[in-house]
Structure formats: structure tokens, C-alpha cells
Design a protein around this ligand. Structure first.
Ligand SMILES: [Zn+2]
Ligand SMILES: [Zn+2]
Length: 465
């Protein structure tokens, strides 16, 4: 199991303001966190800081937490059914921090066992260095033995930008390869090294997803998951990147076809691509998605979009979503539009953007959108969903989604958020729209709640598992 910590940009800003106010002395505070358990990565999602009052800690160059502060923090996170994390600073150091003997003793031998007892969750320790770099570890329970220290592979800060602090021992810095020369010359070795260690999930391996896989493999991304339970059919061949006649003939899996192509396109020597013949609306697929740093929503249904929208806030994994709406009548274009946006903390959600029709989610859950009888009834009233699409649209959308990804992870445009970008065939323009979530939006309120606030899935995790 890997361990990774994530927090929103807002929480990070608040933590930095308190913890690094006076860089001449160490400082400390507690944080409430919630778990989000991926199939191979356990995510610690920092939710809310718990600050000490003057009589709850002693500063003497180093910092000492007094028992009354520890007791108050434990009680608070227990009442919130979450876990406890302790953060302290090393204001004179830079980069990922190792543990000193006294730090290890205090976290593992003094606090961890007690935190288990009160919260049922492992203690998490974080260190913040003077140059604002995070490092993190977790203390796992062992029966009748003292807790064992496991280092996290990364600390991620999610907002307008995705910033990742990698553990240099578990995820060492990567050297860009010669194939990446032109790409690296745009944003430099450090950012390219981050991309080379990133795990990105492409949900949906149809015409858009298969093209995104090709783009990311060439850009040098470290690891790609491709999730799709569908098989290649003959009518996919006019749009599906790298698919062959024989793939349709033998009904090969779309996710496996996309991975086969990714290995041909890769520029990263350590590249890995894993196909997942799963659905994001089932718990197995949902847990696989929680292993990723960024997700692409290349699905064409409202329910999977809603699940991905939920994940982006509740589990702090930014989601880049795209959609196509294309309709002709007797060879004449009625409308042709595609749009892309990035959702997650500090951004407007898909529901408030109208990226899916919330009214159709229940129809999707009931299987009505696949029901020929239901579709034929819609046809009579002219409301049937258009399945029309052309490869120039899917490739352009894959490009636009990838540009959203580039700005999220590199911030070369100095914006982080490019807004919702919509291309209209007739006007030919792509003008960004910036909005905020509705004050009552249920998604923006779930930030960092993880498994404490699961989306509606096809299988009920409380009963089926
Ligand atoms: Zn220390
Ligand atoms: Zn919203």
C-alpha cells in the first residue's frame, strides 16, 4: 500500500500563514483528516486545522505540545469521526524532511497508540520546511506491538494548480529523456520530472480518451490507468485512436487497446500503463480511481460524470472533463460544440456548470439510457440523445482537455484555471467562462471528506462488500 497526503490550496494557505509566521522558531498545530482508500493508495485528506492557544504549547526554539492541546485535539477529531495529524515546522531547513530521534519518539511512542485508541485511525505526522515544502508519514497499527512508521510517497496540494511534493527516497527525481527535449524546453526539468512521476487516470477509452492516452504517453507521464469496460465495435473505428479492424472482429477491450498504443507512444523509459476493465460507478472502479493524481473524465454519460465530479472535491483529485454535442439533420449541421473544464477544490463543479443533466442521472442509474424502448419513445418527441460525432471533434477535445491538464500541472499560463472552454463550430471561438458554485452546491461542501462521504455507486459498499 502507498500513502499520500492531500489538502486544498485554501487549507495550505491558512497553514502557511500560521506555521511560518515567525521563521525564527518552530511552530506546530493539529489537523483533522479523513481517509479515502484507493485499491493501492491510502489517501490522507487534510480537512481542518486545529490551532493551539498560548497555554497549549511551549516555544523554546524547538516546540513542545502540552497535554491539554493534545487532549483537546483528540476529542475534537473523535467528535468529527476523523483522524488526527500533527504538523510541526523546520523553519531553517528546505525540501522533504527526515525525522529526528526526538520527533520519531514523540510521534510513534507517545502519541500514535493513543490516537488509534481514540479515533480508530493512524496518527499522521507532517513536517513543513522553511521553503514551504511538505513531508509526511503515517504510523500503522500492529497488534500488540508499537506502531510502525511508513513514509508517504507524496503530499499534494489541490486547487487552481496541482502541486506535488515527492518523497525523494520513494519517488526520486527523474531526468527527462532526449525524446522529451522540445516539451521540457517549454517548462523546464523540474516540472517535467514531476510529470514523469505522476499517475493519471483516463476514465473512458473511447474516441476522446484514446487520444488523451496518446498525448500523455508522448508527454512523458509516469503512469497511466485506462478505465473502460467496453469492447471495440466496428462503428468505433472511424474515431478510435490506434484501433484496427481485428480489434473490432475479436471484440478487444477498449482499455487494453489504449494501453497497447500507449507503450508504442511512450517517451518515459519507466512508463507504465495499466488497463482496468471496470466502471467508475462501481466500487472496484471507484477505488482504482483513488490511486490517481489527476483524472480525465472522457465518459459520455451523466452518472459517471457525477461520480467523477464528487471524487474531485471529496477525494481531492482534480478531474478534467470534456463533452461533445454534435447534431445534424439531413446532412446539415444543427449544432457542433465541444467543451472542456477542470473541476475540484477552488473551482466551479460540473453540476453548477451544467456539464451533465442532473435529471438524467436517475435514468442512467436505471439503465433507461440503454433501453431501446425508452430511446424509441424519446425519438418520437425528437429528444433522443445524439450519438453523432466526428474524429476532428474528438481529437480537438482531447487536445483541449490536455491543455487544461498542462495549465493545472505546470501553470505556464500563470492562471492555473483556464475556465470552462467551449468551442462552437459556427462562431469558431473558444472563450472561457468563469463561474462559482451555487451557494447551496452539495459538491463544493464535501472537500476532503473522502470515504466519509461516498458518491452513489451501483453496488452498495456498506452491504455488498
Ligand atoms: Zn522536527
Ligand atoms: Zn457546484
Amino acid at each position: 500500500m502507498e500513502f499520500s497526503v492531500a489538502m486544498s490550496e485554501t487549507l495550505e494557505n491558512n497553514l502557511l500563514e500560521f506555521l511560518l509566521k515567525d521563521k525564527t522558531e518552530e511552530e506546530a498545530c493539529f489537523v483533522l483528516w479523513y481517509p479515502a482508500k484507493g485499491s493501492k493508495r491510502f489517501n490522507v485528506l487534510l480537512k481542518e486545522m486545529i490551532l493551539p492557544s498560548e497555554d497549549e504549547r511551549v516555544k523554546h526554539g524547538n516546540i513542545s505540545i502540552l497535554p491539554n492541546f493534545f487532549d483537546r485535539a483528540k476529542e475534537y477529531v473523535r467528535s468529527k469521526r476523523g483522524g488526527l495529524a500533527l504538523i510541526h515546522t523546520h523553519p531553517l531547513s528546505v525540501g522533504w524532511q527526515d525525522l529526528s530521534g526526538p520527533d520519531l519518539h514523540y510521534e510513534r511512542d507517545v502519541m500514535a497508540q493513543e490516537v488509534f485508541g481514540v479515533t480508530g485511525l493512524p496518527l499522521v505526522g507532517l513536517t513543513l520546511s522553511g521553503n514551504q515544502a511538505w513531508s509526511a508519514r503515517i504510523y500503522r497499527r500492529r497488534a500488540k506491538k508499537r506502531p510502525v512508521l511508513s513514509w508517504c510517497i507524496s503530499v499534494r496540494v489541490v486547487g487552481k494548480q496541482l502541486k506535488t511534493y515527492y518523497n525523494p527516497k520513494l519517488k526520486p527525481k527523474q531526468c527527462p529523456s532526449d525524446e522529451m527535449l522540445r516539451t521540457t524546453s517549454v517548462w523546464g526539468d523540474d516540472i517535467q520530472s514531476d510529470l514523469m512521476r505522476m499517475r493519471v487516470g483516463i476514465i473512458g477509452a473511447g474516441s476522446v480518451g484514446s487520444a488523451v492516452v496518446e498525448i500523455l504517453s508522448r508527454m512523458g507521464i509516469g503512469e497511466i490507468y485506462v478505465m473502460d469496460y467496453d469492447k471495440v465495435e466496428i462503428h468505433n473505428l472511424d474515431r478510435l485512436v490506434s484501433a484496427k479492424q481485428s480489434d473490432a472482429k475479436y471484440s478487444r477491450s477498449k482499455s487494453k487497446i489504449a494501453c497497447r498504443n500507449a507503450y508504442k507512444a511512450k517517451t518515459n523509459p519507466d512508463f507504465r500503463c495499466k488497463p482496468h476493465v471496470l466502471s467508475i460507478v462501481e466500487e472496484d472502479g471507484y477505488r482504482v480511481a483513488l490511486n490517481c493524481d489527476v483524472l480525465f473524465s472522457c465518459v459520455d454519460r451523466p452518472w459517471p460524470r457525477q461520480v467523477l465530479n464528487h471524487i474531485s472535491y471529496a477525494s481531492l483529485i482534480p478531474v478534467i472533463n470534456g463533452g461533445v454535442s454534435f447534431k445534424t439533420d439531413h446532412g446539415r449541421l444543427i449544432h457542433g460544440v465541444f467543451r472542456a473544464e477542470t473541476v475540484g477544490p477552488e473551482r466551479v463543479c460540473m453540476n453548477c456548470l451544467g456539464s451533465y443533466d442532473a435529471g438524467e442521472i436517475q435514468l442512467d442509474r436505471e439503465g433507461k439510457l440503454d433501453d431501446p424502448q425508452y430511446i424509441s419513445e424519446l425519438k418520437k418527441t425528437g429528444q433522443e440523445p445524439s450519438r453523432q460525432n466526428i474524429m476532428p471533434f474528438s481529437i480537438s477535445l482531447a487536445g483541449l482537455e490536455s491543455i487544461q491538464f498542462v495549465e493545472l500541472v505546470t501553470r505556464i499560463g500563470r492562471k492555473g484555471d483556464l475556465g470552462q472552454q467551449t468551442y462552437d463550430y459556427y462562431s469558431g471561438e473558444i472563450l472561457p467562462v468563469y463561474k462559482e458554485c451555487h451557494p447551496e452546491c452539495e459538491y463544493s461542501k464535501t472537500v476532503a471528506e473522502g470515504d466519509a462521504n461516498m458518491p452513489y455507486l451501483a453496488d452498495d459498499p456498506h452491504i455488498d462488500k
